[in-house]
Design a protein around this ligand. Structure first.
Ligand SMILES: [Zn+2]
Length: 158
């Protein structure tokens, strides 16, 4: 990575409005989806649907070592290698731990947002809707079971 590339990368990180996660948030919002962005959830996902338990990460190609765009910096090679492989390891751990707590974890690359935003947004939307449907079915099942219990108790009293 040249110093010019790196400074472009850094400026992208600072400019919050052009950040890939902002682009995804805006697109989801336009579809009528509502979500949280600042949570204390492990790994600080970029987009969180608390009720549906769906967590979305939009990963920078450089920081999270995208196989297509990651370029190992030639200066301070060891420092960067440790730093970046640490990021990748942390991403894996975060995903595992969140999944263990019943979260659906969706990860997208920055380049996915650049190249196929509609696909990214559709995948998130579908997952959220699917989860809502599952929750609804579960609730209906619970309601039915408790109605049966009430009925059984009523019959027993007769
Ligand atoms: Zn990439």
């Amino acid at each position: 990575m040249t110093s010019e590339q790196r400074s472009r990368c850094m400026s992208r990180i600072r400019g919050s409005d052009t950040k890939p996660e902002m682009i995804v948030r805006r697109a989801l919002w336009r579809r009528g989806l509502r979500f949280r962005t600042k949570t204390r959830l492990l790994g600080r996902p970029d987009i969180v649907f608390p009720k549906e338990r769906v967590a979305v990460f939009v990963d920078g190609c450089f920081w999270h070592c995208c196989p297509q765009h990651q370029v190992q910096p030639s200066t301070n090679a060891v420092f960067w290698q440790n730093k970046l492989s640490g990021n990748v390891e942390r991403d894996r751990r975060t995903k595992r731990l969140l999944a263990a707590e019943g979260w659906i974890v969706l990860r997208f690359w920055e380049h996915d947002v650049d190249l196929r935003l509609e696909t990214v947004v559709q995948r998130i939307h579908r997952r959220v809707l699917k989860r809502r449907a599952t929750l609804k079915t579960r609730k209906a099942g619970r309601d039915r079971r408790s109605a049966l219990k009430r009925l059984a108790a009523k019959m027993a009293r007769r």
